[in-house]
Every structure is written in C-alpha cells, then in structure tokens.
Design a protein around this ligand. Sequence first.
Ligand SMILES: Cc1cc2nc3c(=O)[nH]c(=O)nc-3n(C[C@H](O)[C@H](O)[C@H](O)COP(=O)(O)OP(=O)(O)OC[C@H]3O[C@@H](n4cnc5c(N)ncnc54)[C@H](O)[C@@H]3O)c2cc1C
Length: 558
Amino acid sequence: MTSAGAARTSILTVDDDPGVSRAVARDLRRRYGDTHRIVRAESGEQALDALREMKLRGDTVAVLLADYRMPGMSGLDFLESALDLYPGARRVLLTAYADTDAAINAINVVDLDYYLLKPWDPPEEKLYPVIDAQLEAWATTDHSPVPETKVVGHRWSARSSQVREFLARNQVPYRWYTSDSAEGKQLLEAAEMDARQIPLVVTPDGQAMASPSDTELAGHVGLSTIPSKDFYDLVVIGGGPAGLGAAVYGASEGLKTVMVERLATGGQAGQSSRIENYLGFPDGVSGAQLTDRARRQAEKFGAELITTRDVVGLEINGSGRTVRFAGGESIDAHTVILATGVSYRQLAAEGCDALTGRGVFYGSALTEAANCKDQDVYVVGGANSAGQAAVYLARGARSVTILVRGESLTQSMSYYLIQQIEGIENIRVRTCCEVVEAHGHKQLEQITLQDKNTGQRETVDAGWLFVFIGAAPRTDWLDGTVVRDERGFVLAGPDLVVDGALPTGWNLDRQPFHLETSVPGVFAAGDVRSESAKRVASAVGEGAMAVMLVHRYIEGLS
Ligand SMILES: Cc1cc2nc3c(=O)[nH]c(=O)nc-3n(C[C@H](O)[C@H](O)[C@H](O)COP(=O)(O)OP(=O)(O)OC[C@H]3O[C@@H](n4cnc5c(N)ncnc54)[C@H](O)[C@@H]3O)c2cc1C
C-alpha cells in the first residue's frame, strides 16, 4: 500500500552519502522547489520504492539523478530498473572524475541523457543548465499524469471484464491497460505484481489492489458499502429505476431512506445504450446518464445509497422489518420496497458457461464495444435490449449479426428499433436460429448455430457473443416470507386475492394496498412485480407510488 498524494512532476535524486544527497536536494529545491517535487533517496532500492509509489499515484517524474558509485545497487543499475517504471524520465548520472569512462559507456547501456561531474559548484553554472535542458527536453513529450482509476488486465480474463463492467456501471472513470502493453507492464512492476495476479486496480490516490472483490473496489472508489444507521423508515432493495425512483421520493418526502444495491445502480436500464421512450428525453438518454442523474438526485435529498451488498433475507419482527445482507449483518426498518428487477437469463448452449467474460457476455455491450472494433460480432436475442446493443456495437464492429429464434423481429422488438436496424448496413438479422454450442480454449473462437426449422447445424468463427435472451427475477431468498407467482415474480395488491381470499397469514382488517405484498409494510415496485410493464417509466412510477403507500402504512402504525 502506498500513501495518498497529489499528482506532481518530480525530480528524484539518489546518493548513498547522506551529506551529498542532502546537498543535491537542497540545490535542486532552491531552483525547482516551486515548480517540482524534489524526492531524495539514499539507496537505489529506496529510490525504486519511491518511484513505484509515484507510478501508482499517477505522478510524473521528469528527471532522475543518480550517483554512480553506491554500495548494493549502483547508479547505473538503478537507472536501468527505473526505465521500466518511467521510460520517459531523463536520466542523469552523477560521477567523480575518475569514473568518466564508465559514465560514457553507460550512455549506450542505459540510454543515459547526461553525466554530471562532482562537485557541481557553483550550481548556477554546472547543475542548473544541465537540469534546465533535461526539463526542457522532457516537456516536449506528453507525460500527462493519469489520476483516474487504472485497471490492468487481460482481454480474455473474465474477472478483468467484470471489474471494468463494475466501474463503468457505477460511473467510475477508469483507464484500461492490457497486461502486455508497456504501460500495463510498468503498472504491474510498480505494484510488484506479475501478470498472473490480474486484474490490478490502482485507485487515484495510488493504492494497488490485486484482483479485488466488488466490495473492496467499491470502498476504494468512493462508493458506500456500509449503512450508517441501524434503523430506517424505508429500506429500498435494488438500485434500478424503481429503486432509484423510490429513493428519490422517499428521501425528498422526509423518510429516512437507504437503498441497497447488489452490483451497480441503474439496474438493467444502466446497461442501455439509448433509452428512446422515456418521457422528457426526445433525443433519447443513455442508461448511464439517467442513472447518474437519478443517483445525484437521490443523494441530494439525503438518501443513503449502498452498493455491492446482496440482500439475502427478510424477516418480520413485530412492526419492524429486518433486511439481512450476505455476510450476516442486517438493518431494520418500518417499511421495505422490493425493487430487485430481473437478471439476464443464461444461454444454455454447451460450452457457454466456461467462456463467459472471455468472448461471451451478458449485457456488457457498452463496456466491451471498444474492443470489438473492426471485428465480427454476434448478438443473441430478439427484444429491444438486443436491438439496442446491435445498433451500438455496429458503430465500431465490422459486422453485427443478430441471432433470433423467432421468424422475425416484429413480435419482440419495437417498430422504431427494427427500422433503425434495417437502415444500418453492417447489421444482419438471422431468424429461426439458435446458438447450440460455444467453442474455444482461452477465449471464444467459434459458435455452432442450428436452424430451428431444418435442424441443420453450422459452425462459424466468432470471437464475440453478446447475449440478451430475456430475464428472470432472482427472488428465492423471499421463500416462505413473501408470496410470489410460479415464475418467481412478487404478487402485490389485488393480485394477492385468489378467489376472493387473501394469502394465509394476512391478518390485517384491510386489503393490501396496491403495491403491497403479502407482508404488510413490504411493497414491490418495477420489473420484480408480477405482471408489471417492464419499462423504465413504469418502474420509476411504481417506485414513486410505493413511497406514497409507505406513508399511508406508517400513518396506520400510530
Ligand atoms: C439493455 C436494455 C435496454 C432496455 N431499454 C429499455 C428502453 O429503451 N425503454 C424502456 O422503457 N425499458 C428498457 N429496458 C427495460 C428497463 O430497463 C427495465 O424495465 C427497468 O430497468 C426495470 O427497473 P427495475 O428497477 O424494476 O429493475 P432493474 O433495472 O432490473 O434493477 C434491479 C436492481 O436490483 C438489484 N438487485 C437484485 N436483487 C438484489 C438483491 N437481492 N440485493 C440487492 N440488490 C439486488 C439488481 O442488481 C439491479 O440493479 C431495457 C432493458 C435492458 C436490459
């Protein structure tokens, strides 16, 4: 771990003689202290450690000034090792007259930029002109620091892909480096990691994490993962449009509100490249933009937004409702809104599971699009989500083939999107077609398609397969507490009444409110609700409406 600090251009000097080291640093500081950070070290090892820290923080280093004769790591060895971390830094060797020959030889070995003879007095004549020239030469090339989060990984590493997806969906700006790129190698070296430990994530303040979990990542990029209170008026479970809607209305209407999200706020909508039918956005809005605004709005009103916490249990304790997280902790509240939406269904084709994140992707079209430039891409699915992904991917890919089981898109996709697709030259639609196998060792290489009518199979080369084949609610954790339909969607309001009877256990002398579930004070909003509209607008609307019913329920408690 390294310490925090602002990114600044540095001049580093290393000399094993503390007196000389201090003297060089003092002279440098006198002339350059206002514009540069002067870093002093007394051994090559110490200097390399300092450089590693600076690299991870995203600092820039303009000049390295090293004494030739040092016990342990010599000045030349240090400058050679420093090349891996800061190849652009100017390298100056400080030598005694007797070592001039060695310094001249070193010009070729470590690509030395200058050698400076000791003593350097007066610095105005002997030191500053040399350093000025080096700084000038350094400034002519672009060394702009990268203060954002950096991710070093491999294109075909599933965890690297998940980490990027996580950051993108949580609107955390990051820069991506492949582990075999020069910058990627430098970052790995700086973090003293090898390529097998990827992904490496480096936070803007220079902390390096090897293959972090989502929760570790969230904690280091400024996302809250721990609720601040034990008791709330309202716990909203799920951070998609319904959950965000509920958080905005709940907090703005004075309820102590916390929203708990498993992965990233925005839910399915956050994965949409362009939502064209949401009221008030005639030119469309990307899911990321909508999420960012909604999140800021919820926070402005004082809602707490917790990410990377999976809710795995709901208990009834008198008038309190206990929401339990994976890991054991829990929070209590007067009321709960279930806004857990739906999750992508997995493709059953043989070989797909093993290649997920390595060519087979579920809903990560936005993150992976840049990698698909000039490549042939396959999209599975016939609904709007598949159509939107195809349109988005077609901007960079050489070709996009939409694979649909049905005979046409008209049954499953909006008319405006079908028209859009028809107007894009590099999109092709293959109907009556199923993916039955995925092949590849380290990454997806081929897929086998089957014609649904003839049964004929064909294996084609494919490096990219984006799957959008519908979704299902993940509500098993509500077993035995909340009544659901046969597909797992939560029943609420009038849908709870079967043949005039309310569900067993309902013991209030009133009917359930419109979005209220079989547990009083627990509401359902958005896609997770049985027979819901499966649209952004309706999810947001239900989130808002559920809050209105929360008020009614809380009033009834007193
Ligand atoms: C690619 C794509 C494009 C789309 N385009 C459009 C469009 O153009 N127009 C339109 O109207 N609709 C569109 N939709 C549909 C729309 O996005 C959904 O109807 C809407 O997002 C539903 O919102 P929700 O909040 O109910 O659920 P979701 O968006 O599914 O959000 C639920 C959230 O709950 C979280 N969660 C689930 N379980 C737990 C748990 N146990 N603990 C904590 N958190 C949990 C999930 O991680 C998720 O973030 C699109 C969907 C997709 C996938």
